[in-house]
Design a protein around this ligand. Structure first.
Ligand SMILES: [Zn+2]
Length: 201
């Protein structure tokens, strides 16, 4: 057997990570932020912007016939869908009093349930990206109504977004790694969307 053929026979035993990143320019503020050392209101409570970078890592076996975990073009598309909503937007916590002031001013507002920190935005991104990847699996025959354990087992054998790194600046980033809870949130989101689509038809 040639060396190439030996490698080919082992291909499905390898685990791969593929990574893609995009730029996200966004503004936000952290309501009631206090300086951790002085207890005084801190600069993060003021409206300010970031030239952020969001890096997405997809892990999986080499299952595609084209020797890819997932085409970089598809990852870019998914990443844009999941994170593009924050680009050139003002991201505020829903309860922020600025929401009432700014909502009719033609400003692109994105409202979130918690403080729009890099950590929280990473969580939103990984759930959204995995929802899209699970939808791809559903298109390929995955039964979304099975119990969570069976779905998770199947997904873990294929491909998932396992890490989001959200750079607020070149020197400060938050990383979230995939957990079973985050995966269940993604599965629930796909079930919800599937039901919505069925109701519309
Ligand atoms: Zn900030």
């Amino acid at each position: 057997m040639t060396k190439t053929k030996i490698v080919t026979s082992l291909l499905n035993n390898f685990m791969f990570e593929v990574t893609k990143e995009i730029n996200v320019e966004y503004a936000h503020r952290l309501l009631n932020y206090e300086d951790p050392f002085t207890g005084e209101p801190g600069p993060c409570a003021n409206l300010h912007g970031h030239s952020g970078i969001v890096r997405c890592t997809i892990s999986g076996n080499l299952l595609e016939p084209n020797c890819m975990v997932l085409d970089f073009k598809i990852i870019k598309h998914i990443l844009k869908e999941a994170v593009g909503t924050f680009d050139h937007a003002l991201v505020l916590e829903e309860k922020d009093p600025l929401v009432d002031v700014l909502k009719d001013q033609g400003i692109r507002l994105v409202l979130v349930d918690n403080a729009p920190t890099a950590e929280y935005l990473s969580v939103l991104a990984i759930v959204s990206i995995n929802s899209m990847i699970i939808s791809l699996h559903v298109k390929n025959g995955l039964d979304i109504d099975q119990d969570d354990g069976a779905i998770i087992q199947r997904l873990c054998e294929e491909k998932l977004c396992t890490k989001i790194e959200w750079f607020e600046t070149a020197k400060a980033k938050a990383t979230v790694n995939l957990t079973p809870d985050l995966l269940i949130s993604s599965i629930m989101s796909v079930r919800h969307k599937t039901k919505q689509d069925q109701n519309m038809n």
